[in-house]
Design a protein around this ligand. Structure first.
Ligand code: KIV
Length: 265
């Protein structure tokens, strides 16, 4: 069944958990779609896991469009959600609408995601009025690492938790269809989830959010630079790839590959 912003809301009502993984290319998106994932997030994390930057700040609109359209070709049932990169929406409400439109038209996204709370309510409202569904992203928002002083858990003090709750209510009121909650205490993830009528999707936000998301290189142990506490490795993809590469090199060097079976008469 095709995932839509309407079916996601119904999943929250039915208490059926929502599954989301990042995807950045056609083949991986197709595998995930066939496995039954409900949302494919073309995250700006692609700057780190695909392009090798240390953070997400250098990612451009062109990068996002390039990867989003590839993912959209591999997605049959999953909803394609594409991140608005750093400085594609912070500059003005006008820029936010234009760039969200580009992600839909050129990137074939079915919804867009932006980082931030109440201060971006006007942007969320304007994008929504252009018939583009918006996911918000609160908590440890990676585009703000320089302001946070690093990748640090957010919402730990009472005041910070209250601010995040107020932000969540503001983005819902502005028309956001869902919110990603990243790097916050589990209890705060639960509280926000209970207060909102739109779905919450957690990453390092505990077990009580309406859904979960992980970066696929993390859950398959393909990245290896660092492993946040909230990441569970579901398969040792890095080891499997590494073995395959080593075996290929060995067989080419020894002449075992290509044998007759892999050659034309
Ligand atoms: O860019 C990304 O991968 C994300 C997830 C961490 C939620 O925004």
């Amino acid at each position: 069944m095709k995932t839509t912003v309407v079916s996601l809301k119904q999943q929250k009502v039915n208490a059926e958990k929502i599954t989301m993984l990042t995807a950045y290319d056609y083949s991986t998106a197709k595998l995930m779609d066939e496995a039954g994932i409900e949302i494919l997030l073309v995250g700006d994390s692609l700057g780190m896991v695909m392009l090798g930057y240390d953070d997400t700040l250098s990612v451009t609109m062109e990068d996002m469009i390039h990867h989003s359209v590839a993912v959209s070709r591999g997605a049959k049932d999953a909803l394609v959600l594409t991140d608005m990169p750093f400085m594609s929406y912070q500059t003005s409400v006008y820029d936010a609408v234009v760039n969200a439109g580009r992600l839909m038209k050129e990137g074939r996204a079915q919804a867009v995601k932006l980082e931030g709370g109440a201060e971006f309510a006007p942007h969320i409202r304007a994008i929504t009025e252009a018939s583009i569904p918006v996911f918000a992203h609160l908590g440890l928002t990676p585009q703000s690492i320089n302001a946070f002083g690093g990748f640090k858990v957010q919402g730990k003090s009472d005041a910070a938790a209250e601010k995040l709750i107020a932000d969540a209510l503001a983005i819902e009121e502005a028309g956001a269809v869902a919110v990603v909650l990243e790097g916050i205490p589990s209890q705060l993830g639960k509280t926000i989830t209970e207060k909102l009528s739109i779905p919450t999707i957690g990453i390092g936000a505990g077990p009580d959010t309406d859904g979960q998301v992980l970066v696929y290189q993390d859950m398959l142990n393909l990245y290896g630079k660092f492993k946040p506490k909230f990441v569970k490795v579901f398969a040792e993809g890095g080891a499997v790839f590494g073995e395959g590469f080593a075996k290929y090199i060995e067989e080419v060097k020894s002449g075992a590959f290509p044998s007759a079976e892999y050659s034309f008469k």
